[in-house]
Design a protein around this ligand. Structure first.
Ligand code: HDE
Length: 712
């Protein structure tokens, strides 16, 4: 972001800009003349009249009453009065970014979708990440599922992959969605809590709805407090179909894997961030893109041949089940890069309208009953949220593929349809627009020719009835520290539940059926008796562990884009700062210099160093690691500075890498800490290497027990 003082406008320049949706195609650009740039422009009313005075309402005398005829003031206030639109009923808080998708190869054996057949093509995308429960102004780091919705502007129309950062869902049938959402949302009498699930109605519902057991354990895991939006996996959740030119269908699960690895905050850090920086995740996304650290994901699919549909010990149509990667590995198809921030939050991130029903030839739905319901819901919700059925004409939603049909009029119509015939067939307008028969390339959309022979019935398939095996698989696949976090999260959330019978039901009828030890640990923390046995018999499954589910196995082994705080006061060793910055730069990581205040600090050799912020301004929770350079005078000042000491203790408690360089060793005494594999003391190259290695580990898990003694 530029902090330069802006120039005074000199000329009356052209007032529109173009939208480059991550694509340099000039034909596309010329279609998009809706971005308004007011630089050099006169202030005018919406009717184009130049405004002479934007400071004073028209009055009868300088001290007299305002006049109704002031059309300038009335227009301005009227527009302002209607600025807000309804926020999304779920996923209200979100952040978006533009970028592109590029296929690695020609995947025509799998699908006829054009954007997956041409490795030379960059398909523009717009992505919106979101939390689910909280309103638009709620905190970014609350414990919650994250939405991961991608709109691909393909040449054959828009494809929306509206997924989450967890591979399963709370319910199996769409008809239960309003019940689930009503239960998790703030309670109706007092609208508490904002942004969280730690309350009675949520736990009442999920403890009565065993199909939620698997998703709830994901929500109680570290996955629900991601480190950043850039460090999240994404999942299409449902099984979809890919169809090739020969009409062959394969079932697929869609996956996004971030190149920076998948990792999380720790709980105390997440809670503090929700207060200290409500915008933590959106700020990180924005700043990374501005800095050129473009977030990147690999896009892949698990492929299940049509004939293998029934070869699993769960139903692939059941959205509460994942397909373990150990059973079906992910085939990489391409990559997505986010390289441009929106120009306008409302016009782009708020008005973007996703719908799982937006698909293109080569992609099709499965009969997953949750997906089937979603196909209806999203368009319906946009009609009330965006005020009518023309939301596809808003700039952020307009396909880049041309669209013509006989749909006409309605609220907010932008397109001026020429011609007389708004019906088909017609002979007046030459019969246009006409149907396109399906074809191997560029054909009309054709649904997969699936044979259905069934009774009309309201019933859940028996193959959907195993609610606990995969929740157990998830728990058993976690590393020790991840299991401890899950126990702590259930204990925290259920501890906030006021009704004891709800706590008991969750422990005895859900957790006991996942794992008796998990149930016993949570019961102990709640002061309940540990359940003695499961109420549902354990089923035999083909897999007891899935290492791919543990975030301990999902780190990239480097420190690219990580952020290090340097704590300094007057008298600091400037050479140590330079050496660290150089080393971090070589690794693709970043450093910020923090002083006791926002004033520059003076180095031991008399140089003045501007600081990026004060220690209070950018707290330890905003960083991945902390470095304290030597310099006797600086260390003396920091040892007597409560903010600095708290900074280090908090970073220690949050299991971050800390390096105490040279004289900074003294701080060990003031802090009453001992060096460990992530608390590195020393001033040589070896110490710097050890510091970088510790950052790459993301957290010092071996410290976790000890760190519990540090006050929060
Ligand atoms: Fe959504 N969901 N959902 N959902 N969902 C919405 O659509 C709905 C589900 C997801 O950034 C709404 O435009 C039903 C699963 C994301 O704009 C609404 C059911 C998954 C977003 C809606 C589900 C999702 C939404 C609210 C059960 C993961 C935000 C505003 C049948 C695969 C998209 C809107 C954005 C948003 C309905 C279940 C993901 C009300 C009925 C499963 C990422 O239409």
């Amino acid at each position: 972001m530029s902090t330069k003082k802006p120039d005074t406008p000199k000329s009356q320049m052209a007032g529109t800009d173009t939208l480059d949706r991550g694509n340099s195609n000039s034909k596309l650009k010329s279609l998009e003349t809706f971005r308004s740039d007011a630089t050099g422009q006169a202030l005018r009313t919406n009717q184009g009249v130049k405004i002479a005075d934007n400071q004073n309402t028209l009055k009868a005398g300088a001290r007299g009453p305002s006049l109704l005829e002031d059309f300038i003031m009335r227009e301005k206030i009227t527009h302002f009065d209607h600025e807000r639109i309804p926020e999304r009923i779920v996923h209200a808080r979100g952040v978006g970014a533009h970028g592109y998708f590029q296929s690695y190869d020609n995947h025509s054996a799998l699908t006829k979708a054009g954007f997956l057949r041409d490795p030379g093509k960059k398909t523009p995308v717009f992505v919106r990440f979101s939390t689910v429960q909280g309103p638009r102004g709620s905190g970014d780091t609350v414990r919650d599922v994250r939405g991961f919705a991608v709109k691909f502007f393909t040449d054959e129309g828009n494809f929306d992959l509206v997924g989450n950062n967890m591979p399963v869902f709370f319910i199996q049938d769409a008809i239960k969605f309003p019940d689930f959402v009503h239960a998790v949302k703030p309670e109706p009498h007092n609208e508490i809590p904002t942004g969280g699930s730690a309350h009675d109605t949520f736990w009442d519902f999920v403890s009565l709805q065993p199909e939620s057991a698997h998703m709830v354990i994901w929500a109680m895991s570290d996955r629900a407090i991601p480190k950043s939006l850039r460090a999240m996996q994404g999942f299409g959740v449902h099984t979809f179909r890919l169809i090739n030119a020969q009409g062959r269908s394969s079932f697929v699960k869609f996956h996004w894997r971030p190149t920076v690895g998948t990792c999380s905050l720790v709980w105390d850090e997440a809670q503090k961030l929700a207060g200290k920086d409500t915008d933590f995740h959106r700020r990180d996304l924005w700043e990374s893109i501005e800095a050129g650290d473009y977030p990147e994901w690999e896009f892949g699919v698990q492929i299940i041949a049509e004939e293998d549909e029934h070869n699993f010990d769960f139903d692939i149509l059941d959205p509460t089940k994942l397909i373990p990667e150990e059973l079906v590995p992910i085939t990489p198809l391409g990559k997505m890069v986010l390289n441009r921030n929106p120009d306008n939050y409302f016009a782009e991130t708020e008005q973007v309208a996703f719908c799982p029903g937006h698909i293109v030839p080569g992609i099709d739905f499965s009969n997953d009953p949750l997906l089937q319901g979603r196909l209806f819901s999203y368009t319906d919700t946009q009609i009330s949220r965006l005020g009518g059925p023309n939301f596809h004409e808003l700039p952020i939603n307009r396909p880049l593929a041309p669209f013509h049909n006989s749909q006409r009029d309605a609220m907010h119509r932008i397109t001026l349809d020429k011609g007389r015939a708004s019906y088909e067939p017609n002979s007046i307008d030459g019969g246009w627009p006409r149907e396109t028969p399906p074809a191997a390339e560029d054909g009309g959309f054709e649904s997969y020719n699936e044979r259905i022979d069934a009774h009309k019935i309201r019933q859940r398939s028996e193959s959907f009835s195993d609610h606990f095996s995969q929740a157990r698989l998830f728990y058993k696949s976690m590393s020790k520290h991840e299991q401890e976090h899950i126990i702590a999260a259930y204990s925290f959330e259920l501890g906030k539940v006021e009704r004891e019978w709800i706590r008991e039901r969750q422990v005895n009828e859900i957790l006991a059926n996942i794992d008796l030890q998990l149930a016993a640990r949570v019961a102990e923390n709640l002061g309940l008796a540990a359940p003695k046995k499961a109420t549902v018999a354990e089923r035999k499954t083909s897999l007891s562990r899935s290492p791919a589910l543990s975030q301990a196995n999902l780190l990239p082994g480097n420190i690219k884009t990580r952020k290090v705080a340097i704590l300094a006061a007057n008298g600091v060793d400037g050479a140590a700062i330079d050496a660290l910055k150089k080393a971090l730069k070589a690794e693709g990581a970043h450093a910020k210099l923090l002083g006791p205040t926002s004033a520059p600090v003076t180095t031991a050799d008399g140089k003045s160093l501007p600081v990026d912020a004060s220690m209070e301004g950018l707290p330890s929770v905003a960083f991945d690691a902390v470095f304290v350079p030597g310099g006797a005078q600086s260390i003396k000042a920091l040892s007597g500075n409560g903010v600095a000491l708290h900074y280090l203790l908090e970073a220690y408690k949050h299991l971050k890498a800390i390096a105490l360089h040279g004289d900074a060793r003294e701080l060990l005494h003031s802090l009453r800490l001992e060096a460990d594999e992530g608390l590195i003391v020393g001033a040589d190259a070896k110490a710097l290497k050890a510091f970088i290695a510790a950052i790459a580990q993301h957290r010092v898990w071996s410290r976790e027990e000890k760190a519990k003694a540090i006050p929060a």
